[in-house]
Design a protein. Structure first.
Length: 371
């Protein structure tokens, strides 16, 4: 009998992986379905037997010691080779593909995404919206059956309702039965001889509909709100997918958001900053009185409690934080200038000078006045 290592063309110290690769390469060349010659068939048998022996550690050890590692076709021979042959040529296990149940025409519908534009006021209080969406809806003519009224699906006369077609493949050790979806019914097991003329047999149509939604306070740009079951209806009247609302909040001319707080900038004249005053400002939920203390400085922050944003998951509203910007007059008439000079004499203000450096001063000012 020929040496198994020579038959496979590998060294005696070849690894199991090298032996397997050599066998597969030769099996592709010599398999009867590829090479019908008689010589090829005999060589194929030798290659298969050599692989059966050398791929089994115990048989290989006995063979290397000079023992009889199983006569051709004996106990244990052929099993590993057959499995590898099937995997090489058909990509599956030796048992073939087991036929499954027919596919269902009813499937879950796709999710839908709609973008919603909101104002900052909508974010503060929440808002009710009626959203127009263009999605697949249930066909009113067939109610999802896909059939013309008065008709129904019929069993496929090719696969007889199984949704699968079986195919017999010849192999070295016999015939192997495989299954694949029936091309006539597409694996459903039934056909529709009279499709609904409204939906062309889909069980759904495209339509524009209105969805009512209460958008909670505290949402922000990029947030997606999920409405389960409000998306597209599935094929053949399958369950609806979900609807997602993606929020975009428009910038406001006066107010900006910082977490749950609102920020604003208040311009104060130099006189009001010196003497102090009170003012009524328009917040997003109505007028609010604000006291400006005497001697307020540029960059100071005035806080109005509870006039910010209601958090998405909570009840305590944030604050309205107002940054002060002192406006210095750039043009004075002679009389006003004289009064300011008199004030300077009386208060004896310190001349401009460098003060102790505060690293956070500039970032603090930017934070107060950002819009």
């Amino acid at each position: 009998m020929a040496d198994h290592y020579e038959v496979l063309g590998v060294a005696r110290d070849a690894s199991p992986d090298e032996i397997k690769k050599a066998y597969r390469r030769l099996a592709r060349q010599l398999h009867p379905d590829v090479n019908p010659g008689e010589d090829a068939a005999e060589r194929f048998k030798l290659v298969t037997h050599a692989y059966d022996v050398l791929s089994d550690p115990d048989q290989r050890q006995r063979y290397d010691l000079g023992g009889d590692a199983g006569a051709f076709g004996g106990s244990g021979a052929g099993f590993g080779g057959f499995s590898d042959i099937f995997e090489t040529f058909f990509g599956g296990g030796a048992g073939g593909t087991r036929a499954g149940r027919p596919r269902s025409r009813r499937e879950r519908g796709q999710d839908a995404l709609v973008r919603v534009d909101l104002t900052l006021g909508d974010v503060v209080f929440g808002v009710h919206r009626d959203i127009e969406v263009d999605t697949a809806v249930l066909c009113e003519t067939c109610q999802g059956s896909c059939c013309q009224p008065g008709t129904q699906p019929v069993t496929c006369d090719i696969c007889h309702g199984s949704g699968q077609i079986q195919r017999t493949v010849r192999s070295l050790l016999g015939n192997v039965v495989t299954s694949q979806p029936c091309t006539t019914c597409q694996g459903y097991g039934t056909t529709i001889p009279y499709p609904c003329s409204t939906c062309q047999g889909q069980g759904r149509v495209r339509a524009r509909r209105t969805v009512s939604i209460d958008i909670p306070a505290g949402v922000e740009t990029g947030l997606r709100l999920q409405l389960p079951g409000s998306g597209e209806v599935g094929p053949a009247g399958g369950p609806n997918g979900d609807l997602y609302l993606e929020v975009t909040v428009a910038a406001h001319d006066v107010f900006s958001r910082d977490g749950d707080d609102l920020l604003a900038t208040l311009e104060v004249s130099m006189i009001d900053a010196i003497l102090g005053t009170s003012v009524t400002i328009d917040s997003l939920d109505g007028p609010v009185d604000l006291e400006i203390r005497q001697g307020v400085q540029a960059g100071d922050e005035l806080t109005i409690r509870g006039r910010g944003i209601t958090p998405l998951r909570g009840e305590q509203r944030g604050d309205l934080r107002v940054g002060v910007q002192v406006v210095t007059p750039s043009h004075l008439d002679p009389k006003s200038r004289a009064l300011v000079q008199e004030l300077a004499k009386r208060t004896r203000p310190a001349p401009p000078h460098l003060a102790e450096f505060h690293p956070g001063l500039f970032s603090k000012l930017r934070g107060k006045f950002k819009r």
